[in-house]
Ligand binder design. Structure first.
Ligand SMILES: Nc1ncnc2c1ncn2[C@@H]1O[C@H](COP(=O)(O)OP(=O)(O)OP(=O)(O)O)[C@@H](O)[C@H]1O
Length: 216
């Protein structure tokens, strides 16, 4: 098992509330780990800590053995890329959208990133505004992949999609993780979590209250 994240006594306070309360958990650096729980349990907050979009009020988080507070934040975010709940298109073409993450990437690298998310390279010149929600979320995934991350953070990535594109997105993530990428998938849909994950961390009231391995 590859070493991923280790959270030690991690607490987050917001508006005088403990959104996370001394979380102590290991998240292996391979396969798909789901953070599953009710709305407001603290899943998104936990995910955002992992690439330093948020910082804990106390406790430490290490990634592959190094305290992430000591890492260069931009470099860390290239190794640990995030896909958000709602796909966001920047103005311009799909190529422009991919260039946001990696200004130096050439057309071949962009075409390759699109292929990895099962999109045709000829989409590169399409206006990003003209894409369907499912296509756009794939472009967002490609934008994250273009920096060659080791780990993907996925914050309810299919919640804005219909059933079919949502299932297709799941398949794409499983294909990527089958080739060695790790993913941490925040979700509240139990059936989906069972489909996509190798292990589940149950998040309740700001704590990880249970862990289970999913059978293949
Ligand atoms: N900046 C903030 N100020 C006040 N409260 C906050 C802040 N950020 C998060 N919270 C609260 O912390 C709790 C946990 O939020 P979080 O988004 O992590 O939950 P979640 O499990 O991801 O929920 P959901 O499934 O609805 O996205 C919620 O009650 C939320 O309202």
């Amino acid at each position: 098992m590859t070493r991923g994240f280790e959270l030690r006594d991690v607490s987050v306070l917001r508006a005088d509330r403990r959104v996370l309360d001394e979380v102590h958990v290991d998240i292996p650096g391979d396969g798909v780990t789901a953070l599953w729980g009710d709305s407001g349990a603290g899943k998104t907050t936990m995910l955002r800590l992992l690439n330093r979009l948020d910082v804990p009020d106390s406790g430490t988080i290490t990634y592959q053995g190094t305290d992430i507070a000591e890492l260069d934040v931009h470099q860390h975010r290239r190794r640990v890329g995030m896909v958000f709940q709602r796909p966001v298109a920047f103005a311009g073409t799909v190529a422009d959208n991919l260039a946001v993450a990696a200004v130096d990437s050439d057309r071949d690298a962009m075409a390759d990133a699109l292929r990895r998310v099962s999109l045709e390279p000829d989409l590169l010149d399409r206006d990003a505004d003209s894409l369907s929600g499912g296509e756009l979320q794939r472009v967002c995934l490609a934008r994250t992949l273009i920096t060659e991350p080791e780990t993907l953070l996925l914050d309810e990535p299919t919640s804005a999609l219909d059933e079919r594109p949502a299932r297709a997105f799941e398949d794409t993530v499983l294909e990527l993780t089958g080739r060695g990428l790790a993913a941490i998938w925040v979700g509240h849909d139990e059936a989906q979590v069972e489909r996509v994950s190798d292990r589940v961390l149950v998040v309740r009231d700001g704590a990880v209250t249970a862990q289970r391995e999913e059978s293949a």
